[in-house]
Design a protein around this ligand. Structure first.
Ligand code: PLP
Length: 371
């Protein structure tokens, strides 16, 4: 009778007891505007090219994939040169299964027991989880009321906590705000003074959506060997389902990530999909331009309705303030529009969708919030 046999305890790490897996609700509703996906599915031509590339990769699946995926890294270097004007060597690029895994590699290499990772809240809620999973201490400083980062406060936090890793999301999630180069430079200067060293990661998951004139931290790489810039194909490329993130840094920083990665972590199929999509980057970037325009129009519309809206350089907008934001969120959901209840109290975040999805969101919001 198995019911009478005592179940042996599982030796779960104490810090994991009672925790739930991370993730926004995955609900089956008509308008999904909650996880900052690109609303446009790949075009038929992109689908056909991906399918052909996958078929080709499938013919070699009896072999392990290229462990160092140099062809993909070369394509990523070409893409970044076109997107930001910064030309990097293949040895300065790294890739993994989403920028989530990139960050894990960073913390596996540069964090760990007895070390600290620092960021500034409100920011991406996975950061403390990467720290927890690598037994790295986690410290969150504060951003200002307008979600900017005060360079003096950042410098003081770095001097106080002497982190080995600083994570800066720019544009930041969930606020949408980008950091000026002067703030990133102040953080880099303070990090350079940390005894034992400190890596600064600028997470540009939403980098392609930045407004004209907003710089990329890629421009700072040449002069800062302790800087890493992470990017993803999940947002601008509309390839969230493929799980491809990447990082640009000095080659010795990348070499440290190569030590901690699992062997063959990036499957042959993933590499093929990413390369096929990168071959269409010009077309996909045109779509990013129209999403940027939609975003700017949405900001204007929300402000026109008297709402407070954070500056956005991303493909989403943080808006408020609501006494009962949950009621607004629920009211939108009841009308088939799923957004995200995230960020400081009173705020809500909506991803920029297709024109039709944005119209559905606006109609629902007018009703629910009596605008
Ligand atoms: C700031 C930020 N960084 C990283 C990620 C993770 O992206 P990926 O799909 O590449 O793992 C996200 C996803 O929403 C994000 O908001």
């Amino acid at each position: 009778m198995t019911a009478d046999i005592a179940r042996p305890a599982l030796p779960l790490r104490p810090e994991l007891v009672g925790l739930e897996p991370y993730g926004a609700p995955q609900l089956d509703v008509p308008h999904l505007l909650n996880v900052n996906e690109n609303p446009y599915a790949p075009s038929e031509q992109v689908v056909a090219d991906i399918a052909a590339a996958v078929a080709d990769a499938a013919r070699g699946l009896n072999r392990y994939p290229d462990r160092d995926f140099e062809a993909l890294r070369a394509d990523l270097a070409d893409y970044l040169a076109a997107e930001s004007g910064v030309r990097l060597d293949v040895a300065q690029l790294w890739a993994a299964n989403g920028s989530n895994e990139i960050m894990l590699h960073v913390l596996q290499a540069f964090g760990g027991p007895g070390r600290t990772a620092l960021s500034f809240a409100p920011t991406y809620s996975m950061y403390p989880e990467y720290a927890r999973d690598t037994s790295t201490a986690w410290v969150a400083g504060r951003r200002e009321e307008d979600f900017s980062l005060d360079p003096d406060a950042a410098r003081a936090a770095i001097a106080e906590h002497t982190p080995s890793v600083v994570l800066l999301a720019s544009p930041n999630n969930p606020t949408g705000t980008a950091l000026p180069a002067s703030t990133v430079l102040a953080v880099l200067a303070a990090a350079a003074d940390v005894p034992g060293g400190c890596v600064v990661v600028v997470d540009e998951a939403y980098g392609e959506f930045r407004r004209r004139g907003v710089p990329s931290a890629l421009e700072l790489l040449a002069d800062h060997p302790h800087l890493a810039v992470s990017r993803t194909m999940s947002k601008a490329f509309g390839l969230a389902g493929a799980r491809v993130g990447y990082l640009a840094a000095a080659s010795d920083l990348v070499d440290a990530l190569r030590v901690v990665r699992l062997p063959y972590h990036l499957s042959g199929v993933t590499q093929a999909v990413a390369r096929a999509a990168l071959a269409h980057s010009a077309e996909l970037m045109a779509q990013v331009g129209s999403l940027r325009d939609e975003r700017d129009a949405l900001v204007v519309w929300l402000r026109g309705k008297g709402l407070t809206v954070a500056e956005s350089d991303a493909n989403f907008v943080l808006f408020g303030m609501f006494d009962d934001r949950h009621a607004i969120w629920q009211g939108l959901l009841d009308r088939g529009v799923l957004i995200r209840e995230v960020g400081p109290d009173g705020w809500l975040r909506v991803s920029v969708g297709t024109r039709e999805e944005t119209a559905a969101f606006k109609d629902a919001l007018v009703e629910v919030a009596s605008l």
